[in-house]
Design a protein around this ligand. Structure first.
Ligand SMILES: C[S@@+](CC[C@H](N)C(=O)[O-])C[C@H]1O[C@@H](n2cnc3c(N)ncnc32)[C@H](O)[C@@H]1O
Length: 274
């Protein structure tokens, strides 16, 4: 398991919430993915009466839409740094500043436990999946979304693919971000006692100026030092990738978002059936 070194963990040297524009970067990701996330959460039944936990909630776009659009009973939005969540209060939205890797993280039981683009940054992901599964109430659902890298050895070299390869490798060796195990989510959720499990992938189209294109360009700027340190790109290569992403010449596949969900068995219902 990679150990975060002098760059610490996610949110310390890289992607600090105190850095100018970090909230906007998270919001570009939200603009690219929120509609897909909300459609899935609602299809799973998130609605009136549900108590929800949004882990690593960031700027809180999903937490708020659960309340305002799905009409859930309440959302506990947790993050290591709640500055963005605290900016706009909403009835039903509770905010908790906490590190989810702490042994004492036990905020209750919820019909929905949701974590998007969080576990991929945390080297102790396997233990955390078990811990999050433990926070799901009987009959409830754990929903995890993270990035899947869709480049392969055969993907043609472009400024974009060079930058993406450098980003994944650089973040892995500095802060421990690792998307290589994300396709294992279904088995990991099953191993945590959830059943049935299912998964889907969404790949947002990379169009010049689109939220996902702006998200990647901003993410590269913030991880530039880690990318260049890999030797896979230099500064000029990162600049070329940002220009490529913003141009009509761009012909590339974004990393996808894998969403996997698993249900906590409802012992009472099983007993009643038996
Ligand atoms: C990439 S952002 C994703 C935000 C939001 N889930 C979304 O999809 O828009 C990752 C978030 O996880 C939070 N985070 C990272 N490590 C954490 C930890 N150990 N405990 C709690 N939150 C954490 C970060 O502060 C950040 O807000």
């Amino acid at each position: 398991m990679p150990q975060p070194g002098r760059d610490g963990r996610y949110g310390e040297t890289f992607f600090s919430p105190a850095a100018a524009g970090e909230g906007e970067r998270i919001d570009f990701g939200a603009l690219a993915y929120d509609d897909i996330t909300m459609a899935r959460l609602r299809a799973l039944g998130a609605g009136p009466g549900w108590r929800c936990l949004d882990v690593g909630a960031g700027t809180g776009t999903v937490s708020r839409r659960l309340l305002e659009e799905a009409g859930v009973a309440g959302v506990l939005a947790v993050d290591r740094d709640v500055r963005f969540l605290a900016e706009r209060a909403l009835p039903g939205l509770d905010v908790l500043e906490a590190d989810i890797t702490g042994a004492d993280f036990a905020p209750g039981r919820f019909q929905l436990v949701h974590a998007r683009f969080v576990l991929m940054h945390l080297p102790e992901h396997e233990r955390l999946i078990t811990a999050l599964a433990g926070l799901v109430a009987p009959g409830g659902v754990l929903v995890l979304s993270d990035a899947v890298d869709l480049t392969s050895d055969r993907t043609p070299d472009t400024p974009y693919t060079s930058a993406m390869r450098a980003m994944w490798r650089g973040l892995r060796s500095t802060i421990g971000t690792d998307v290589s195990w994300v396709p294992s989510y279904p088995q990991l959720l099953r191993g945590a006692g959830l059943e049935p499990v299912a998964a889907e992938i969404h790949v947002p189209p990379l169009r010049p100026g689109s939220p996902i294109s702006r998200f990647w360009a901003d993410t590269w700027e913030r991880s530039r030092r880690a990318m260049v340190a890999t030797g896979l790109v230099d500064d000029a290569g990162v600049d070329a990738a940002v220009r490529y992403l913003g141009s009509d010449a761009c012909a590339a596949l974004s990393a996808g978002m894998l969403t996997v969900w698993g249900w906590k068995p409802d012992q009472q219902a099983l007993t009643d059936k038996g």
